[in-house]
Design a binder for this molecule. Sequence first.
Ligand code: SF4
Length: 410
Amino acid sequence: MPNPKERSAPARQVRPATEGWTQQKDAEGRPLLQFASPRRGKPPVHLADLTPEQRVEKVTELGMPGFRAKQLEKHYFTHYTHDPAEMTDLPAAGREELVHGMLPPLLTEVRRLQTDRGDTIKFLWKLFDGALVESVLMRYPGRITLCVSSQAGCGMNCPFCATGQAGLTRNMSAGEIIEQIIRANRVIAQGELGPAEHDGERVTNIVFMGMGEPLANYARVMQAVRVMTDKKHGIGMSARGITVSTVGLVPAIKKLADEDIPVTFALSLHAPDDELRDELIPVNSRWKVDEALDAARGYFERTGRRVSIEYALIKDMNDHGWRADLLGDKLNARGRGWVHVNPIPLNPTPGSIWTASTRAAQNEFVRRLEAKGIPTTLRDTRGKEIDGACGQLVATAEDEAVAASTPLED
Ligand code: SF4
């Protein structure tokens, strides 16, 4: 527990508040939480939305023998194409209809921002109904990570987050989630993500830290994860390279633990005390810090996979030494060796209450956690040069204007 003397020291406490926008409130005056997707049209059904058996059925319905489904899977998941002209092993008669029926276009690229070194690319995509989402592709030594979106907008209403400001537009389909990876793989295959380390490179790691709360779109996210990891009928990635993160939807964390797909699980905690976390992460009013940590520990017990705790370090808001101690104590109270903490300094934003902790505060936070035996790694926020730190993605007014003038792919 924190040293009471220290806790009563006059440390500056900045309270969370929105800047430049007004948080939507519910009838009781609390930040509005949206769990259900507002009704909107659904994107066309795509091969990646279906199980292998359903794909065979649908191909048959389209008038082709079922084995064509396997050929389409290969074109899409291995060659990253949905262009009928490239699928010369399919009969010319009916090919267009088949490919269009199974692999309808889902994402139109509106804009691409790339760092000078070319090792980070932010994509802005328009969905079939005009909704905008983003992905960020990052090359690191020995791995390539894609940060994907799982919802257009987000219903969790976190006061620091640009994505949450407009609320939830709709859940993305599994096909729309997978298509972000396929498009990224195509960009890599075309040599557009900085100098390649070897032939046949593709995305090795996925983080669900783009737009949306993945566990609020549970069924579609899980279908996408199955397609990512399926070696026979999907992309064939390692489940360990896939990180599903959440702000703490406890029932969904328990469900995830029972799935028998050993993805990496990350809890975006950002505060160890309910007093602050209630304001910082509005969903904390439903499921408290201890409940979220118990569920995270349960994930470890069920899967044997070490859990990550994400902690954005925000100057004078959540970066106090006593909070590092409290976090360490709460984690240790649930056992040893089951968790890793990733403090992530916010980008410096002069004049904002949402700004980077001082270097000294960052180091002290890490030192205190380590002193309690908690493995801790201070992370870098890649993408800040191009205005695309994960979890803070949003379409700017300029993006909206470009999107409006970009015709949808067909
Ligand atoms: S931080 Fe994450 S959960 Fe919170 S509003 Fe933003 S996208 Fe949603």
